[in-house]
Design a protein around this ligand. Structure first.
Ligand code: PAF
Length: 325
């Protein structure tokens, strides 16, 4: 009987220990709008692995893909009210919350990936991440979406004149909308989760996104033409909810920052890989790709977007970026 009691006691203690351990793990929800084979998913997995390893399992990460928590604007709102903990988002709707980030959305601001990454990894990038703290968001790291290109189902675009009158879905971003207006297109802002159906039903004629997104979303099923305009670099950010992060110890918060940096690094690597392999894949799937585009006329067409931007937001940040780039 004492032996049975001892075993019973040990089992009870073991179960209690397991229950305590299970209770101790905090589940962190991470949302993004792309599919599980996308560059954001690669970043989400790197975030998960790093945080779970650094915290020795005290935090577990659950990834929500394909806009199941809403579009990017809705998820940023979710961070502010604490319905989601971590979001990987483009800067598309971010300027509506943190207007200082609009400067990054100016067309033809960066020439290539090295330049853009270098600016975002500099003090200026850190300052912009810190600014998010003034708007109920935690800026954890600059990640990447990629250089955006135009697709449509009507015609090949080789010059701004070809974009004239096209209904192009843009992100919910006033700087992008202005640039497309200047090109003569009809910008139609829309959340990404609505886009595939809108293209299918012909509510819009075209859209613009990086190769990464065009591949991950099978846009060849609804778009015939791709023009490698590279008209704007699209940064992404790994953002956190202050409702979770403000309650953590310094050490715990640092784990989140490190996980976000690992996420950004993994995403950038995937963007680079897809830049090399993606166009061939899109051609194999039937898209007509226009590669040799003279971007001069596009740059001239969008020039007024810079004046409109500086009139509203000042020129200080822009000049600092142009000096660094
Ligand atoms: O087009 C957009 O809204 C963004 O590029 C996307 C696809 C949601 C990725 O951030």
């Amino acid at each position: 009987r004492p032996l049975v009691t001892a075993i019973g006691g040990a089992v009870t203690l073991g179960l209690a220990g397991m229950a305590l351990q299970a209770q101790a793990a905090t589940e962190v929800s991470l949302g993004h709008t792309l599919s599980s084979n996308s560059h954001y998913a690669v970043g989400a997995q790197a975030f998960k692995e790093t945080l779970e390893e650094l915290s020795d399992g005290a935090f577990t990460v659950t990834e929500h893909t394909s806009g199941s928590l809403g579009g990017e604007r809705e998820m940023i709102e979710g961070l502010q009210i604490g319905t989601v903990d971590i979001v990987i988002t483009s800067t598309g709707p971010l300027g509506n919350f943190v207007p200082e980030t609009y400067v990054l959305d100016l067309p033809f601001l960066f020439e290539d990936y090295d330049q853009a990454r270098c600016v975002l990894d500099s003090d200026l990038g850190d300052e912009l991440l810190a600014k998010m703290g003034e708007h109920d968001l935690v800026g954890l790291a600059w990640s990447e979406n990629g250089f955006r290109h135009m697709t449509n189902s009507s015609r090949e675009i080789a010059s701004p004149a070809d974009a004239e009158g096209l209904r192009v879905r843009t992100m919910e971003n006033e700087v992008h909308q202005e640039a497309f207006r200047q090109m003569g297109a009809r910008p139609t802002p829309m959340a990404f989760p609505e886009l595939f159906t809108a293209l299918q039903q012909g509510t819009v004629d075209g859209q613009e996104n990086p190769i990464t997104v065009i591949v991950a979303t099978n846009f060849w099923e609804v778009q015939d033409y791709l023009s490698l305009t590279g008209h704007v670099y699209s940064p992404a950010a790994v953002l956190g909810s202050p409702i979770l992060l403000d309650g953590l110890s310094d050490e715990e918060r640092e784990w989140f920052h490190e996980a976000a940096r690992a996420s950004a690094q993994a995403t950038r690597q995937e963007v680079s890989r897809l830049e090399e392999e993606g166009v061939a894949l899109l051609e194999e799937n039937g898209m007509t790709v226009k590669t040799d585009i003279d971007i001069g006329p596009f740059q001239d067409a969008v020039e007024p977007a810079y004046e409109i931007f500086t009139a509203e937001h000042g020129s200080e940040m822009l000049e600092r970026i142009q000096e660094q780039a």
